[in-house]
Each structure stands twice: as structure tokens, then as C-alpha cells.
Design a protein around this ligand. Structure first.
Ligand SMILES: [Zn+2]
Length: 298
């Protein structure tokens, strides 16, 4: 219908780097298999802290030039994952990073957290009706860990999917389309505990100053909530690590571990996990899917 590959996957994320940390293996795998993979990032991540001292001047409280720099980091990461279709919600800079919950940046007029959900969702409807994805991946209602932009990305993704399917809604944005399956990013508790045990056994935290805890990992749930898992295959695991490295202002990777700007070591998960939030499961009850498109009709 639109000349795109038969399988189409859409991911909605808050900041550049979230896609590589959460879904790097999944994106690389589906792109390599010929599916159309579309990433929509909602902000430029302007309020992030900067890890390399030489780039510290980019930060919001100094040159306020981090957003433009992270556009380049995201492009480099997408090249590592083989993903050509990456966009910013409403265009680059339409919505600004809101900072951590409670920060004064939350209430700026351009802040994503301050945006009207329906207004922001309209930009996503346009993408959904163009690409017509069968599968959408985003965060759970808490955004995985309570960051305002992640919570808002969840709301906009869910509302965008809803509005895109309504036949009476904004026909100027394209013909209605129903996303068949919606997944939330998850990590099973047993995998987090095992990952941190491996990290401790490997000598702890070197070369990072500190050690994160399982509570620092977003989206952790009891194992039985997981409905799908993707990975751990080469070369996709290596592509994920390379994509994370491309976000050099935000992530420091060391072998099977990485740290964010808090300098706390955590495991780099090369298997990725999902909870089906809407749509029909493609695996028998109690079994995990190994393909996000399992059971897809159209
Ligand atoms: Zn983020």
C-alpha cells in the first residue's frame, strides 16, 4: 500500500540514547531482517548531564548546546543499528527535555512534560498513518522509572495509537490505521538480579566509581509479567553496544557493563524483554513470544 516492507515496527522514546539502551538488539535485528524500523524521539535530551569533561560546556546551564550535539549522536547510533528512519516528534526541537521530576524545567512552555497530550499525539498520528506499523514499542505508564519525559512519551504513544485508529479523527493526517500490538519495555527481576550478581563477581564496578542497584534499572517486573524476549544474538548485541557508545555524552560502555552520568556501573543487557499491553498474544498462554510480530494479521 505504501511501498514499505511487510513488517513495520515503531518505537517511541523520550530522549536520544533511550532507544539504544532499551531496544538496541531488537532494532538491529528487525532492521537486518528487512523490517521497516521507525524511531520517534520526543525531545533532543537538552537537559542531560555530560560525561566527557571536554564536552561539559555543551550542558544546558553553560552553552545549552547539548540538543544539537545529541542529534548527531543519535544519527551515529542509528547507523550502528542499521535504522534509517528516525525522527523527532513534531520535528527537532519542537518539544524540549523537561529535566528530572520536580525540576523548574518541567514547566517551561516548550517542555515536553508541559505539552498537551492530544496536541503532541497528533504528530505521532501522522507518523503512524504514514508508516502503518503493526507493532508499537514504548514505556509503561510510569515511564519505566518516573522521568517526566518518559511518562509523557508513554501517554503520547498510547494516545497516538488510539487516535490513529479513529476513522473520524483528522483525515488530513492520513487514512486510519490500527496498531495490532503494543509492547512496553520491561526487564524481568531475575535477569536484573543475575546481571548484578555477575557484575559483583567480575570485581564490582571498575572502571566506574560506583555500583548501581537493581532499583536503578527501569521497567523491572516479576518474570511472569514478561510476554516477549528478543536477542541475545550476534551481531546484534555488538551493534547495541556500539550504538550505546555513540551516545558518548550520556553513556560510558565497558565490556558487558555501562554507566550513565551518575557513574554507577550496571549490566548491559543484550537480551531485551517486553510486556504485551494491547493486542493478541502470538504465543500460547504462559509462553513467551520470540518475535514481536508473532500472530500479526495484516
Ligand atoms: Zn530518557
Amino acid at each position: 500500500m505504501n511501498g514499505l516492507p511487510a513488517r513495520r515496527l515503531l518505537l517511541v522514546h523520550a530522549h536520544p540514547d533511550d532507544e539504544s539502551i532499551n531496544n538496541g538488539v531488537t532494532m538491529a535485528k528487525y532492521a537486518a531482517e528487512g523490517a521497516h524500523v521507525t524511531l520517534v524521539t520526543c525531545t533532543l535530551g537538552e537537559e542531560g548531564e555530560v560525561i566527557p569533561p571536554g564536552l561539559a560546556h555543551l550542558a544546558a546551564d553553560r552553552d545549552d548546546a547539548l540538543g544539537a550535539h545529541r542529534v548527531g549522536e543519535l544519527a551515529a547510533a542509528m547507523a550502528e543499528l542499521g535504522v534509517a528512519d528516525h525522527r523527532f516528534l513534531g520535528g527537532p526541537g519542537r518539544f524540549r527535555d523537561s529535566g528530572m521530576m520536580g525540576a523548574p524545567q518541567n514547566t517551561r512552555p516548550q517542555a515536553f512534560w508541559s505539552a498537551d497530550v492530544d496536541e503532541a499525539a497528533a504528530y505521532l498520528v501522522e507518523v503512524i498513518r504514514e508508516i502503518r506499523p503493526q507493532v508499537l514499542v514504548t514505556y509503561d505508564p510510569d515511564g519505566g522509572y518516573g522521568h517526566p519525559d518518559h511518562i509523557q512519551a508513554h501517554r503520547v504513544a498510547m494516545r497516538g495509537a488510539e487516535l490513529a485508529s479513529e476513522s473520524a479523527y483528522r483525515r488530513d493526517l492520513g487514512a486510519p490505521h490500527t496498531v495490532e500490538k503494543i509492547y512496553w519495555n520491561r526487564v524481568p527481576l531475575s535477569v536484573v538480579e543475575e546481571g548484578f550478581a555477575t557484575l559483583r563477581a567480575a570485581g564490582g564496578k571498575a572502571p566506574f566509581p560506583g555500583l548501581a542497584t537493581p532499583a536503578d534499572v527501569p521497567g523491572v517486573v516479576p518474570d511472569e509479567r514478561i510476554t516477549a524476549e528478543i536477542g541475545d544474538e550476534e551481531p546484534y548485541a555488538a551493534a547495541k553496544a556500539a550504538a550505546m557508545r555513540a551516545h558518548a555524552t550520556q553513556i560510558a560502555v565497558d565490556g558487558p557493563f555501562f554507566a550513565l552520568s551518575n557513574d554507577l556501573a550496571q549490566p548491559l543487557f543484550t537480551r531485551e524483554y517486553y510486556e504485551l499491553a494491547a493486542g493478541r498474544p502470538g504465543a500460547p498462554a504462559g509462553r513467551r513470544e520470540h518475535d514481536l510480530f508473532a500472530g500479526v494479521q495484516a
